[in-house]
Design a protein. Structure first.
Lengths: 322, 246, 802
């Protein structure tokens, strides 16, 4: 790893200031960033260690919303009674991130803002790929097992965060602090595709940090579910995942998000629209699963994701129906 | 669609002396543009000179073979990125439109059977530049040297006459997120409040970025996909060519 | 078969650790050489007196330590973090090496600029093909320590030594290389065999060569007249060893011609001889230490590139140098398990008897033309009077192929056991019954000689009984509950690993204080062979286990005992230990019963030893401490032993596995509900060690079956998943629940190995992949022929379900 300056701010404002320097990077649990730095994928001159900021790890109900500090560890979220009761999809997603060791280090904010896992971006040293500020996507005509079946645009890497899928279904709001102070961004707007900017996966600027995630009252205590499919059940990144929130059965309102199949958490709006006003019968579930992949355009070796997503949607809706 | 034309040597390769349309804005932007050496002609800022040039045919036009297109949107994204990097509108000037009737050529289908049905479309660089004469400023110009019809965005007052005059529409639904599109091939960018259209990456060393970076083109050039022509290419803009363009 | 060798050639082979390595990993390929060497050594080794041999316990009941569960003496240091691995070694003034690797599958360097790297503060040496010693390191194609031409992505082309690892890596990145890419083949093995394929090594070297076929009877006519014919092609992937401790060597020059190396190696004596010959020094001037090795699985056979580069950088800088591959480097270089394409063909006679059997296999020899073979299981497990088996070895620009746990046999077993399952179905038989009907229990390629021992049938029936085969097997896709399909599968396996191979030597020493030590030259890589050696020596000499120990980590004091590979540690090296211990025992009894005032008034053949005493068999109260016996000479007593295989011996190791799976029809997820593995180990020396080896092998086999696969991309001839993220290996949490994971030790007692033991390190890895494939078939009724059984393939198979 190349030399860098390590800084330990004690306030959000300090952190934002420190992050304005050239190639400054925010580091929470570091489980993703340190690997990226070792591989030289992100030039880093200054590391801003957010862990020294006190008071950003909490889970609380406040004003009807569930508020989770960005530095809350994934293992804490997975074990939290209130999250398990009020927003089970998020608890399940946090529990399925990586391994116990990584969940003990990794934070909610860090998980949401992690870099993509495309194997060309990470491993192919010759890759002058878009994520490396190059001009080619090797996955398009190469091996795309990990890649997007929806919304790929020039770059086909997928959003790897499990919590992002759950938070999308839960309709969360992301509280961001930056040089202009605090702002709230709806989860649907938080993630951006490569068509907007292929060098970033979120709206976060270099000197922005996530400070809090809010789950709205409308989602709390409602049935929600998160299911993930990965090579091993114990550690891997999702090859596909699904998170669903419904208000009731028959369905009045629903948010159905697919993970790891698109550059951003992918709302399956056709399936959502279809299910509104319907009961979760076996037939309706089957139709919704088909609609969820209606617009899928698989590459050479990720066609299995089309089947996988349908299976996951069926499983998730079946669980909510029972 | 088959393209067998051969006389295609860099029809729009920039040559510094011909780059008379260099904008005031680009001068301000300085080093951002890829144009290295330009001679600034004050005459080029006069309306008369561009009107006279309007009858020149464009040396080049972007042509596509939908049967080689896998809808990856690299053309759109790179079009946006490059134009934004030189201070122009970041709206893509080339769009991939859904066309369920398009089948993939076997050599492409062998790799990507699931990605047929794409039709890349952009400005056809009409032999008669319909978009140009009613432009009240020097916004819509014709490059005196290459004949490229292009928009000086800093001169564009967003009156919309060029779009009204443009004879070609995008046809249908964009591959990108399934959005409907109903504008002409000269289209409006609400962010910068300007119109934009394909300018064949005027001023870019290496020619149009979409042609350079289309991954199918890359694979064809590398011999990985056997094809005697590219998915996206620059061809001389002839009357005959124009008729064939979608 | 039956090749003859000159004495000079035999001596050369005996003295050549590289050959020892090859023949241990490919015992079938080098059967003639092994036999010739054994014949020669047997003819020159003094025979032990018959009475000493006869003193061995007659039955398992008489054994004190052998066959019990003994905590491994190697483990406490490792488990507490106190064990020193090569990667832990820190020496005063030590520098750190970092290696520059080719990003291309096949390319040559047209220009290289090291000035920026050399200018970086802290850099002490930069090694490229321009300043590397012009001595080959003897692989094919011939290579120098670093090279101008790269034959696989990851090939070593330059190295840096610097004061700290980060500087070394930064300097490596500062080396500017201009590459000229050359035509290569990595994604599609068969492309290297196609007409017009580029010459991958040199214009005059063919990319492929067909091995000598193994023939029996007349395959063609038997196949022609078969009542039922079937053929199918099976493939396996390129696999990685990924040992926890990556390749590592620390080299230190002590003067201009004395070299000491701390090596993470499976064969320290080979590292010694290879480096001695590389630097043109006597072997005695090189000392290699391998106290603890964090896994090898075949990838650390002899001196690997880390050893050469460390030694050269240390020579350049006159400072100790550590070269410790990082994980990406470990994935990129060293050897890999070779991919195989195997076409099987069989003709049944009488409806359910295999009469004609043929295998045409293509093995990916990789960049440096590693040997390939997938034949042994296909030769051994089933009776086939008319057979034709042939392996073709292909050079490609994948990483160098080489041995990995059981070498090519899991590949052959993958093909054969799915094929046999299919044959059973076509013959209308239960897969277990069809197997038991066609099982072979003789060495068909050596005049149908009886195997020295054969527990194959036992292994098969025991795993079937333990898993409940008769009640649980059902018709394919016959047990689907909701969206979960239950399946059960079985696979058998046999191979030459764990049978006897080369002659080897050992020294066992009884000190004057009664301590027994085995000077075991076998490198201890985690298999527990040192504990096994200690058990054998204590049992044989007759001392308490607490008075025994084993030393293994230093070529400075241990004789060459061969490579720790081929599942041969306990059996072959153990046999030398036993002979050395018998020699020691004979000497002790001679001393105790001779002299002016003998300590025991009896002939040596009427005495025995036990519990640290020598005693008269007829009157055990007449006894003397072995320590006193040794002390009476004023010297330690040293027993020497050489192990050789008796002539005309056929040995084989057998294994079976059965598994139950649940396939989720929505997501294609495969859950292993239970696994039962059985191994014929002859006689367990350390029962605990055997169980551990079986469990480890089975879990590794599950990885091969379900996930592991290097994925090569055709357009860039490049593997995309050289890391643990996308090359998933099983974690502890991925194994079946402990209660449903069972190992069965089958002990038919082999007369040749020490106390009848055979090896166990490798064969347990082979049955799991095809057992899983067969179980998935039983669950969903659709076959998958290509390993691994990854999600995409299972989902595609589910789509084909009726």
């Amino acid at each position: 790893m190349k030399k860098y300056e390590h800084t330990s701010p004690t306030s959000v404002q300090d952190a934002v200031k420190l992050l304005s320097a050239q190639n400054a990077r925010a580091c929470a649990g570091g489980t993703d960033l340190i690997g990226i730095m070792k591989e030289g994928l992100l030039p880093t001159d200054r590391l801003v260690d957010l862990k020294t900021i006190k008071g950003l790890d909490y889970i609380k109900e406040d004003g009807g919303e569930l508020k989770i500090g960005a530095l809350t560890k994934l293992s804490t979220i997975a074990a939290s009674d209130v999250v398990n009761t009020k927003a089970p999809a998020l608890a399940e997603a946090a529990a399925r991130v990586a391994s116990p060791q990584i969940r003990n280090m990794g934070t909610l904010g860090g998980n949401m803002a992690q870099k993509v896992r495309c194997w060309y971006f990470r491993e192919f040293e010759r890759a002058d790929c878009y994520k490396r500020n190059g001009n080619y996507c090797y996955a398009i005509l190469g091996l795309s097992d990990l890649h997007a079946i929806f919304d790929g645009a020039a770059c086909f890497a997928v959003q790897p965060s499990d919590t992002s899928t759950a938070l999308s279904a839960l309709g969360a709001t992301v509280v961001i602090n930056g040089k202009d102070g605090e702002r709230n961004v709806a989860i649907d707007d938080f993630y951006i595709g490569p068509d907007v900017d292929y060098l970033r996966e979120t709206v976060l600027a270099q000197d922005d940090i996530i400070t809090e995630v809010r789950i709205p009252a409308s989602a709390l205590g409602r049935p929600s579910v998160f299911i993930k499919a990965a090579p091993r059940k114990t550690i891997d990144f999702a090859r596909a995942s699904v998170a669903v929130l419904i208000d009731a059965n028959p369905v009045g309102s629903i948010r159905l998000t697919l993970g790891a199949v698109a550059p951003t958490p992918h709302r399956a709006k056709d399936a959502e629209d279809f299910l509104k006003g319907k009961s979760l019968s076996a037939d309706n579930i089957a139709q919704a699963a088909t609609l969820a992949v209606k617009n899928a355009k698989p590459l050479a070796t990720n066609g299995y994701k089309v089947d996988l997503v349908q299976g996951l949607v069926r499983q998730a809706l079946t669980r909510l129906a029972s | 669609m088959s393209e067998n034309d051969t006389e295609l040597q860099d029809p729009i390769e920039p040559d510094g002396s011909g780059d008379e349309g260099l904008s005031r804005r680009r001068l301000v932007l300085g080093g951002l543009a890829a144009v290295a050496t330009v001679a600034v002609s004050t005459a080029s800022l006069a309306r008369g000179s561009t009107a006279a040039a309007a009858q020149i045919q464009s040396k080049g036009v972007i042509v596509s073979d939908p049967s080689l297109c896998v809808g990856c949107l690299a053309c759109e994204v790179n079009c946006s990125t490059w134009h934004a990097s030189v201070g122009r509108s970041s709206e893509p000037r080339i769009r991939i439109v859904s066309d369920p009737s398009v089948k993939l050529a076997p050599k492409v289908a062998a790799y990507l059977p699931g990605r047929a049905g794409n039709s890349p479309q952009t400005c056809k660089q009409c032999p008669t530049a319909w978009c140009q004469p009613n432009c009240p400023t020097t916004g819509l110009s014709v490059d005196a040297s290459t004949g490229v019809r292009y928009i000086n965005e800093q001169d564009c007052i967003a009156c919309g006459k060029c779009e009204v005059d443009c004879p070609v529409e995008w046809n249908g639904t964009l591959v990108r997120k399934g959005q409907k599109i109903d504008s002409k091939r000269v289209s409006y960018d609400p962010v910068l409040n300007v119109y934009n259209k394909c300018d064949l990456c005027r001023g870019r060393e290496g020619g149009p970025i979409c042609v350079e970076r289309c991954p199918v083109n890359v694979a064809v050039r590398a011999g990985y996909i056997q094809s005697d022509h590219l998915a996206l290419d620059v061809k001389p803009s002839t009357e005959e060519q124009w008729k064939r363009l979608v | 078969m039956g090749k003859k060798f000159s004495q000079a050639r035999i001596l050369q082979m005996l003295d050549d650790p590289d050959f020892q390595l090859l023949s241990a990993e490919y015992p079938d390929l080098y059967a003639d050489e092994i036999e010739a060497m054994n014949d020669y050594v047997r003819s020159i080794t003094p025979a032990l007196p018959e009475w000493v041999k006869g003193a061995a316990p007659k039955s398992q009941q008489q054994l004190k330590f052998v066959g019990t569960k003994v905590k491994r003496i190697e483990d406490p240091a490792r488990l507490t973090g106190n064990g020193v691995y090569a990667s832990d070694v820190q020496l005063p003034g030590m520098l750190y090496g970092y290696i520059v690797r080719s990003p291309y599958a096949h390319a040559t360097i047209t220009a290289i600029d090291t000035s920026a790297a050399e200018a970086l503060p802290g850099v002490r040496a930069v090694l490229t093909y321009k300043n590397a010693p012009q001595t080959k390191i003897g692989t094919n194609p011939d290579k120098f320590v670093v090279n101008q031409e790269a034959h696989c992505a990851g090939d070593e082309v330059a190295a840096v030594a610097a004061e700290d690892p980060h500087t070394a890596r930064e300097a490596a990145e500062l080396i500017k290389i201009t590459w000229q890419e050359l035509p290569g083949v990595a994604a599609d093995i068969k492309a290297a065999m196609a007409a017009g394929a580029p010459a991958l090594i040199a214009p005059n070297i063919s990319n492929y060569s067909a091995g000598t076929p193994v023939k029996r009877g007349d395959f063609d006519s038997a196949y022609g007249s078969a009542s039922l014919k079937y053929e199918q092609t099976y493939t396996t992937a390129t696999l990685q060893h990924t040992p926890l401790e990556r390749h590592c060597t620390v080299a230190r020059w002590e003067g201009p011609d004395r070299l000491v190396m701390w090596a993470s190696s499976q064969y320290m004596s080979s590292v010694r001889s290879s480096l001695a010959s590389y630097f043109g020094m006597p072997r005695s001037h090189v000392r290699v230490l391998s106290e603890n090795v964090g896994g090898g699985f075949g990838s650390k056979g002899g001196a690997q590139r880390d050893a050469y580069i460390a030694a050269v950088l240390a020579q350049m800088t006159q400072r100790p140098v550590k070269v410790y591959f990082d994980r990406p480097g470990n994935f990129r270089t060293s050897v890999h398990r070779y991919a195989e394409i195997m076409s099987l063909k069989a003709g049944l006679a009488g409806g359910n008897t295999i009469n004609a059997y043929r295998l045409d296999a293509i093995g990916d020899g990789g960049a440096n033309k590693g040997g390939t073979s997938s034949l042994p299981p296909v030769q051994r497990v089933y009776t086939a009077g008319n057979a034709f088996f042939q392996e073709t070895n292909v050079i490609t620009n994948r990483g160098q192929s080489g041995p990995m746990r059981c070498v090519g046999d899991p590949q052959g077993t993958w093909a054969q056991e799915i094929f046999i399952d299919e044959l059973a179905e076509k013959a209308g038989m239960n897969p277990l019954d069809f197997r038991l009907k066609n099982i072979a229990e003789v060495d068909q390629d050596h005049e149908n000689r009886k195997w020295n021992s054969c527990g194959l049938r036992d292994c098969a029936t025991k795993v079937a009984t333990a898993i409940g085969w008769s009640s649980k097997w059902h018709k394919p896709a016959g047990k689907i509950n909701g969206r979960k399909a239950h399946g059960i599968g079985i696979a058998l396996h046999a191979c030459g690993h764990g049978s006897m191979s080369l002659p080897m030597t050992c020294v066992v020493r009884l000190d004057r204080d009664g301590s027994l030590d085995v000077n075991n030259g076998l490198t201890e890589i985690g298999g527990g062979q040192s504990t096994a050696a200690m058990i054998i020596a204590a049992e044989t000499v007759g001392v308490k286990l607490t008075d025994a120990s084993a030393s293994w980590n230093d070529t400075g004091f241990t004789p060459d005992a061969g490579v720790t590979a081929g599942s041969r540690g306990t059996i072959s090296s153990g046999s030398a230990v036993r002979n050395a211990a018998l020699d020691l025992k004979a000497q002790l009894l001679q001393i105790a019963t001779s002299g002016a005032k003998p300590m025991l008034n009896a002939k040596p053949e009427d005495c025995d030893t036990g519990d640290g005493y020598a005693f008269v068999k007829a009157d055990p109260s007449q006894k003397v401490k072995l320590a006193d016996v040794a002390n009476s000479t004023g010297n330690p007593v040293i027993g020497r032993g050489t192990h050789v295989v008796p002539p005309n011996t056929s040995m084989s190791v057998f294994s079976a596995g059965a598994t139950e799976v649940e396939v989720d029809l929505d997501t294609g997820e495969v859950t292993i509900l239970s696994y039962v593995g059985a191994n014929d180990v002859g006689q367990a020396i350390n029962r605990l060690g055997v169980e551990q080896q079986m469990e480890g092998g089975i879990v590794m086999g599950m990885g091969m079956g379900l996930w592991e696969e290097m994925k090569y991309e055709a357009q860039h001839n490049f593997p995309v998943n050289w890391n643990w993220e996308n090359y998933p290996i099983p974690t502890t949490l991925d194994t079946p629940k402990w209660a449903n994971f069972q190992t069965i030790i089958v002990e038919p007692i082999d007369a040749i190995g020490p106390y009848g033991a055979k090896g166990v390190g490798e064969p347990p890895i082979s049955p799991p992949p095809p057992a899983l494939a067969n179980a998935i078939y039983n669950a969903i009724g659709v076959r998958i022929y290509d390993a691994p059984l990854s999600r995409d393939k299972v989902l595609a198979a589910i789509k084909k379900m009726k």
